[in-house]
Design a binder for this molecule. Structure first.
Ligand code: NOJ
Ligand code: MG
Length: 526
């Protein structure tokens, strides 16, 4: 297929993208932290797994207070992870193997060590340097009642008495996107990485760049009426700091920049919007390519919850003509095997939800280690690293960021050439979960993922965009997509399968029936 054929489906519309959390994927130099050369060395593994692309979390110079989401220089590589030559090598090797590469862009905030923020502090109140961020005078306490996502107030006071806004950590000051210098900086950053050959961008906090002007107080929900985060439930929060209409002009501009380049360059929004309709606004035809569908990840283990999200997503996407995306795990949430209850049952459910996801039209994201069935790790408080934990004293996101076990029987399980524990310690019982232990072992989660990704290419990709959901019974989700039927049993007892040939299942069938916590694909004819 010609790369620039306007009639061809762009590669990302039905891609499987594998999320690499750079610090925890593979360590080439034995310092206990993953790096770019480590990723490059493991690219053949990703090709053999059967994914189309990888998204790499931020590897730019950063004091690492939020593990790279606090960027001090958008156009370089942190020495912890390598250098620009290592990034070029990674890109070239990935492309040789037929893999696309998506990098992370963090436009909502910089690190407090970014030259712009240092200059803002040095230049003082009223300066052009301060006008790139959201500094405010407010003698009697913070300028408004906004809270940081990581806990505590969203404002920090500097020596001269002004306050600056940070929706995340104190070390992550929010930029003022109403200042044209900010927009200009990020256009240059996009071009810098596009010129180096990246295939796309994952846009961090894509719904956050603009705040309602005036920075008024947020109307907080009455207690007991909190928004649950579920996109299915329609009690919306008042959110003057998120999802403002002005942000869409930025994405229209970025759309044009991406279109100047060959090869279907793309961008995917990390936008925790409150409804599927607001998610769809980010992927209107002249805006971004994709938006993560967090409704799928937030759905509880229930056939009706999954059905609601599938229906809500496809209904919201249809008018804008965008393809859906699906995701169950990432570096910010507890791993889905543990979310669904943990242990054998949690893993069975995780495999079943994954198999269901892989049948749906659009594209899906998988997070490193889910193909090994890794559980959320209960990291001991003395090893906590997540800035949210450091602000709140609560368990945070470290448990899904434990380095990958590749081989061997003790830490670091082939993660790197070192002998000790990596930056977050790995559990003693991970030997059986390593890539080496699961490779070629029938029934292992790794072999299941490989088989499922093969089955997806063979049976799901050509099955069309038309999806029908059967109504009954309540505990069973039945999705029909062309000749492909997917059945997911969220109930407690085995259920009979519809007529048809079973193509793949997430666990063993029992006397031809689909056991609890299991999914199967069938070829049923139209
Ligand atoms: C979302 C990222 O996924 C998360 O890891 C980070 O802490 C925040 N954005 C702030 O950049
Ligand atoms: Mg390293």
């Amino acid at each position: 297929m010609a790369l620039n054929d306007p009639n061809a489906t762009p590669w990302w519309r039905d891609a499987i993208t594998y999320q690499v959390y750079v610090r925890s994927f593979a360590d080439s130099d034995g310092d206990g932290v993953g790096d770019l050369a480590g990723i490059t060395s493991r690219l053949p593994y990703l090709r053999d797994l059967g994914v189309d692309a990888l998204w790499i979390t931020p590897f730019y110079p950063s004091p690492q207070h939020d593990h790279g989401y606090d960027v001090a220089d958008y156009c370089d590589v942190d020495p912890l992870f390598g250098d620009l030559a290592a990034a070029d090598e990674l890109l070239a090797t990935a492309h040789d193997l037929g893999l696309r590469v998506v990098v992370d862009l963090v436009p909502n905030h910089t690190s407090s060590e970014h030259p712009w923020f240092r200059a803002a502090l040095a230049a003082g109140p009223g300066s052009a340097e301060r006008a790139r961020y959201l500094f405010r005078e407010s003698p009697d306490g913070p300028p408004n009642n906004w809270g940081s996502v990581f806990g505590g107030p969203a404002w920090t006071r500097v020596e001269d008495g002004q306050w600056y806004l940070h929706l995340f950590d104190t070390t992550q000051p929010d930029l003022d996107w109403r200042n044209p210098e900010v927009a200009a900086l990020f256009e240059d950053v996009l071009r810098f990485w596009l010129d180096r050959g990246v295939d796309g961008f994952r846009i961090d906090v894509a719904h956050g760049l603009f705040k309602e002007s005036g920075l008024r107080d947020q109307v907080l929900p009455a207690s007991g009426d909190g928004h649950t985060g579920s996109m299915v439930e329609r009690r919306l929060n008042d959110e003057p700091m998120w999802d403002q209409p002005e942000v869409h002009d930025v994405y229209r501009r970025w759309h044009q920049i991406l279109a100047e380049y060959d090869g279907d360059r793309m961008a995917v929004a990390e936008a925790w919007t409150q409804t599927p309709e607001s998610m769809a606004r980010f992927v209107r035809p002249d805006e971004l390519s994709q938006s993560f569908n967090f409704g799928w990840l937030l759905a509880e283990w229930s056939a009706t919850a999954f059905a609601d999200v599938i229906h809500g997503t496809l209904t919201a996407m249809a008018p804008v003509g965008a393809a859906a995306t699906w995701v169950l795990s990432n570096h910010d949430v507890a791993r889905h095997a543990s979310r669904y209850g943990g242990g054998e049952r949690g893993l069975a459910r995780a495999r079943a939800a994954t198999l269901t996801m892989l049948a749906l039209p659009g594209s899906a994201y998988i997070y490193q280690g889910e193909e090994l069935g890794l559980p959320e790790v209960d990291v001991a408080p003395e090893h906590w690293q997540d800035p949210a934990s450091l602000r709140t004293g609560q368990k945070g996101r470290d448990g899904c960021r434990v380095p990958i076990p590749w081989s061997g029987t003790s830490a670091p399980y082939g993660f790197g050439p070192g002998t000790g524990q990596p930056w977050i310690p790995q559990p003693d019982e991970w030997a059986a979960l390593s890539v080496e232990a699961q490779q070629g072992r029938a029934g292992s989660t790794l072999e299941f993922y490989r088989e499922a990704l093969r089955a997806r290419r063979r049976y799901a990709l050509g099955a069309g965009d038309d999806v029908r959901l059967d109504d009954e019974p309540r505990d069973v989700l039945t999705v029909r997509r062309g000749p492909l039927t997917v059945v997911l049993n969220c109930g407690a007892t085995p259920v009979p399968l519809p007529d048809g040939d079973v193509l793949i299942s997430s666990g063993r069938l029992e006397d031809g029936k689909l056991p609890a916590d299991t999914a199967a694909w069938l070829q049923t004819g139209r």
